[in-house]
Design a protein around this ligand. Sequence first.
Ligand SMILES: Nc1ncnc2c1ncn2[C@@H]1O[C@@H]2COP(=O)(O)O[C@H]2[C@H]1O
Length: 310
Amino acid sequence: MKTDSFICIVCAEAFNPDDDEEDSEPRVVHPKTDDQRCRLQEACKDILLFKALDQEQFSEVLDAMFEVLVQPQDHVIDQGDDGDNFYVIERGVYDIVVQKDGVGCCVGQYNNKGSFGELALMYNTPRAATIIAKEEGALWGLDRATFRRLVVKNNAKKRRMYECFIESVPLLKSLEISERMKIVDVLGVKSFQDGERIIMQGDKADCFYVVESGEVKIMMKSKTKADRQDNAEVEIARCSRGQYFGELALVTNKPRAASAYAIGDIKCLVIDIQAFERLLGPCKEIMKRNIAHYEEQLVALFGSSVDLRD
Ligand SMILES: Nc1ncnc2c1ncn2[C@@H]1O[C@@H]2COP(=O)(O)O[C@H]2[C@H]1O
């Protein structure tokens, strides 16, 4: 995979979570039934921002969360407001609307999973978007003080851990330091065992990966032989530390063009699609240049290239 460098403009605010004043806040507990706890745990299991928490911190976060039921057209968040809560989606579809030149523009949608509302709490900024429920739904809220005390503080540790690595990733090298830190703030870390499939050809894409340690094998089945029994996967590329994969589907809005497997036990940094759009969106044009390179590779391997473009 290519490792082009690029410049990406993201608004930055000086912020030092270590200076946070909210350390003495009392612990918040919202009692829950077993059923609620079960549903909450399921909704939170893939939330990247919680991945850096240890078990005790995660349990404290779960204790503090409270259920929010929404109706169609409810505004969960209004752009410009102060940030009160962070939200994890249990179910429902939510539009992300951003005001541009006085006109509300729908820039994305959450579909029954994910989270939102972290920006205002992390950077002490007004809400950057309006979030509108499209149907009846259920969310789990986490109050600002608990979010800052546990998630934001923990992120400061993550920043220290990943600062050097992020700086060494060619794709991210040319970002300003504050921009790189915003990437660190949203990334999750996932481990995979030898042979484990990380992404699957044909699947819908919801995140992008940077290899932190180990190697990843990119494999593809020929589309022209789709119905044939002998349509075995062919290795088309390998990615090692600092290289990225899984960006193509996010750039083209198409299903995954290939599968990726761990070679040995590996670790990847993961950025979900909303953060990708927000932080790396302006860089999509540069990533699109990879497509020509991928197509050349496919012609060399299969004699023809599949339709990689949007
Ligand atoms: N393109 C986007 N721009 C701004 N906010 C976004 C975008 N996509 C998703 N969001 C989410 O919308 C939330 C609105 O409240 P926050 O600014 O606290 O945090 C924001 C993000 O979690």
